[in-house]
Design a protein around this ligand. Structure first.
Ligand SMILES: [Zn+2]
Length: 264
């Protein structure tokens, strides 16, 4: 409906004028509605639009015995720049993603939240650090990254913290307890109704719990219930691998975890 868009644009203009912040002006200069909903960037990397200001980045890696396997993170457009939730899987894919952000969104990646210390979450950490972005991660994630030989230059996150980043973007980070990994966090973006579950949350099509190398299934059972209780009605839930959905992904994960526990 063009009338509504026009009004919203006018309102945004008025707000910008009141706030008198140059970053807001940059934001309104972007014309994101001309961007297609799914864009292949090459290097086994693509971006998909989830909401007006949130994109999924999906990077694929060729896993032995599995083939090309997708991993998802987020690109969030905030008033003062771009927030990534997790890097792409590899440094090269992350470089391509930063280039796309710069040219398509006209902004720089300034903040990155890493949701646990595995390669699919932080494989591009050196690239984002070199680009001047601030990485934030749990102290345990920083410690585990260092132990794994891929040290993170990161600012410690509180296990349960409300952040306001990049000119007013509200971000809620929640450590529910160990699950897929001892340090997994979920990230809630209240302005967009998006809950990023990462590898702690399984996709709708998943029939199992995935990589259990660092998992604690007993703890995961209580932890997924804490997430359901804390975030009862997210509009969009994004798993670490596979298609986004709604709150049913949280229930699906709970059921998979319970089934895995029953088998043990
Ligand atoms: Zn993982």
């Amino acid at each position: 409906m063009p009338e509504i868009r026009f009004s919203a644009a006018l309102l945004a203009g008025v707000l910008c004028a009141c706030a008198a912040r140059p970053v807001e002006t940059t934001r309104t200069a972007i014309t994101p509605d001309t961007l297609p909903s799914r864009i292949e960037l090459g290097h086994a990397l693509e971006v998909r639009r989830l909401t007006d200001d949130v994109w999924l980045h999906v990077s694929h890696k060729d896993l032995p015995g599995v083939g090309l396997f997708p991993s998802s993170g987020l690109v969030v457009r905030a008033p003062g720049g771009i927030l990534l939730v997790d890097t792409a899987w590899t440094p090269e894919q992350t470089r391509v993603l930063l280039d796309w952000v710069r040219t398509a969104l006209g902004a720089e990646v300034r903040e990155v939240i890493v949701t646990h210390a595995h390669d699919d979450r932080m494989g591009g950490s050196e690239v984002v650090t070199a680009a001047g972005a601030t990485i934030r991660a749990l102290p345990l994630t920083i410690e585990r990254a260092s132990q794994s030989g891929s040290p993170l230059t990161a600012t410690p996150l509180e296990p349960t913290g409300e952040l306001e980043l990049l000119g007013g973007e509200r971000v809620s980070v929640f450590f529910p307890g160990a699950g897929h990994a001892p340090d997994n966090v979920v990230v809630w973006l209240p302005s967009h109704g998006v809950l990023f579950g990462g590898c702690f949350v399984r996709a709708g099509g998943s029939t199992g719990l995935g990589n259990l190398a660092d998992a604690d299934v007993a703890s995961w059972s209580a932890a997924i219930r804490r997430v359901i209780e804390r975030f009862p009605s997210p509009t969009i839930v994004v798993p670490g691998h596979g298609a986004p959905g709604g709150p049913e992904l949280l229930h699906h994960t709970r059921d998979l975890v319970d089934a895995a526990r029953a088998e043990r």
